[in-house]
Each structure stands twice: as C-alpha cells, then as structure tokens.
Write a protein that binds this ligand. Sequence first.
Ligand SMILES: Nc1ncnc2c1ncn2[C@@H]1O[C@H](COP(=O)(O)OP(=O)(O)OP(=O)(O)O)[C@@H](O)[C@H]1O
Ligand SMILES: [Mg+2]
Length: 418
Amino acid sequence: MNILIVDDRPLDLKLLRLWLEAAGATVAEAADGVEAINILEHTSVDAIISDIKMPRMNGFRLCQEVRTRPQTSEVPFIAYSAICTSQSDDRRMIESGANQILRKPASASVFAGILHEIAEGKFLPHPAPTPVPLEAELHKLHLEQSVAKLEAKNRRLESSVEQLTLDHQHLGQQLRQAQSMAALGTLAMSIAHDFNNILAAIYQYCELARDEAHGNATLTEHLNGLSRGATRATALVQQIFAFGCKRNDTRRPLELWQVAIEAAGLLRAAVPATIDVQTSFGQDTPDVFANATEIHQILMNLGINAAHAMRALGGRLTITLENCLVDAKLAALHSGLRAGHYARLTVSDTGHGMDEQTLARIFEPFFTTKASGEGTGLGLAIVRDIVRSSNCAITVSSRLGEGTTFRVYFPAHVEISD
Ligand SMILES: Nc1ncnc2c1ncn2[C@@H]1O[C@H](COP(=O)(O)OP(=O)(O)OP(=O)(O)O)[C@@H](O)[C@H]1O
Ligand SMILES: [Mg+2]
C-alpha cells in the first residue's frame, strides 16, 4: 500500500514514516501541499495523510485540489494536525473533502488501524467539496496569521507583566526587610543601653565584693568568674552599640596601608600560633576617605572569623592591600561596585569555608554558626554597615573545605581643588 504523507515538520514526517513502514506500507513524503500535488502528478497513492497548517498550500487547499482532480478524487484523505482545535476547523476540513481528522499526536497503533481500514476499502468515496473561493481562502489565511501574531504579542506582554509583578514583590520584600532591620537596630540599641547599666552595676558590686573577700580563695575565684562573665557581656554590648550607632562623619582622607599595617599587627597578636599570617601592603595604594577605627573593625572582624575557621587544623591567613582598577565588567558582577580606582583589601584563609546556604546569610545581623557564647553574629553585619556607609564594596567567595576570601574595595579619594 502506498501512502503519501504531507507535513512541514521533518520530525513529524519521520515519525509518521516509521509507524507506517512498520505497519507494512510504502511511503512518499511532501513538505507542503504544492510538493504533494507535484508527487500526485506522477505517482498513484492509496491514501494521503496530511498536516493542515503548512506554508505555500495548507491542508484545506490540498484536500480540495485532491478532490477536484479526477485521478485522486476518491483517494482517502486523512487530516492529521494539532491545529484543528475548533469545531469550525473540523467542519471546514470535512467540507474540503477529508475522510477523517486525527489529532496530533496519535500513536503507531492508530495508524496501523487506519491502514487496515484503507485495505478493507472502508473509506467511502467522498463527495466533491463545496468549492471555497480563493479570495475567501486567502482572507482566512491572512486572518489566521494576524491572530497568531497577536497571540505571540499577547504572550510577550503576559511575560513582561509577570516579570514586573515579580520585581514589585521583590522590592516590597526588600523594603519590609529594611524596615524590620531598622526596628531591630532600635530595639537592640535600647536593650544594649539598659543592659550596659546593669552590667556596670554587676561589675562594680563584684569589685566591692572582691575587696571584702580577703583570704577567702574560693570566694575570690567565684568573683573572678563573675567578673570575667561581665567583661564578656560588656564586649557583646559594645558590638551591639557599634552595630546600632549611626556612622559618623569623622572620616577623613587617610593612607590606608598605614592603618592596615597597624591593624594587622594587632590581629597577628590575637590569632593562635598554628595560623601562619602573611601580609603584603602596597604603599602605592591611593588615599581613601575613611575612619581608622572602622578600618580596624573591618580587619579585626574578617581576621578573627578567618582564624576561627582555621582553629581546628591551622592554616594560612593572607592579608593584602593593593591597587585595583575596576572595569565595567567586574563592576557588573558585584552590586555596590562601580568602575573606578580602588585600594583593595583582601583577607583570605584556608579554613573550613562555607556552603551556599551559610554564604547567603553571613551579613545578616545575629546570624552565626558558632556555638552559643562563641559568636554574636554581628561581626560581618558591622563590617557591611561600615562598607555601605563609606561607599565601599565587599565581595566574598568561599567553598566548603577550601577556605574563604573577602575583598573590600575602598574608592580612591580624590581631592577637589577650587
Ligand atoms: N572566614 C570565614 N570562614 C568560614 N565561615 C565564615 C567566615 N567568616 C564568616 N563566616 C561565617 O559567617 C558567620 C557570621 O559571621 P559574623 O562575623 O557575622 O558572626 P560570628 O563570627 O559568628 O560572630 P561574631 O563575629 O559576632 O563574634 C559565622 O558564624 C560563620 O559561619
Ligand atoms: Mg565574626
């Protein structure tokens, strides 16, 4: 049995050919109605299975042509398409002369059944179609194309609206987060203030009690413990103050490398000997507009975190200060960074590193992975606060088991002369 299959989608043609050949048919292929007519000029076929929507000549038109030609007028014509979604399309296909309409995708067994029915002669000769004027046909085609274009435009509009809605939700989320952070800061400051007064009283009573405890070693030891606890709590309160304080305007142009050397010296004294501290401070780095105490805070917080990440196995802490020209490409990779000239401070460690979930949260105030009493989770929140308020930028890269690198970009200070 010889079947002509017509479809502009090569993949659909291929699949159909495989199914029909598997069911014992021989197959001729055409990519649209015009090619199909050419084949029918010199080949006789037992049936035509055709797609509807095709370039040059669609399935409706092809079916009408087949029905009007004497040599093909009784050849079974099966429309096989996904576009016949409306009853009017189905009706139009039948009016054009089709014997049957199949929806894509059908299965191999459906086509095996169709071949069987063709062999049995079950497809009756079809009455000649009502001729559709070419004008009307072209008009309909034109309308179909316009509808398709409008649908595509509509889809694009829908996806823009979706994007805008997402952006809007995201901005709303950021605003709510900023508001709750501000409220949290105010609350933390007022608690810290009261707490500081209470701590001062504990501390003073502790001193008085120690004076009274002459000779009682056990009592003195207990009081020393109490005093140590109060000292730790005071340090914590100081951190909260530092976080809640509005950054002041005591910034001035300074030589960053000098401050960095000083701070690194303090850091070196604070980390255990199992950590190898390597430093390199470029003295040609530009002056920056900053506050020396804040630079100390940045370096100490980053350095102590790095040391903590290496405390189990030791490792190397590298601190460098260098010139850095940020181009548009690098700037695009990090929010808050603009193209320009910077002094870049890098603090890198070979510690345990972080997974992505931890990395995403490290700048959140009170986020800590340290055991209770070991960390407040405020160190990096303070660093970020300083960085933001000084127009600097901070980047971090880390991998679990491979260490962590923080980079702080300080914009070069430019003197404005009158
Ligand atoms: N260099 C680092 N290596 C691995 N993890 C780090 C590093 N720096 C920061 N982190 C992670 O980020 C978390 C938050 O750091 P942050 O400095 O804000 O708070 P903390 O060190 O836990 O407490 P605090 O600094 O207040 O004592 C840490 O608990 C740790 O999980
Ligand atoms: Mg810390």
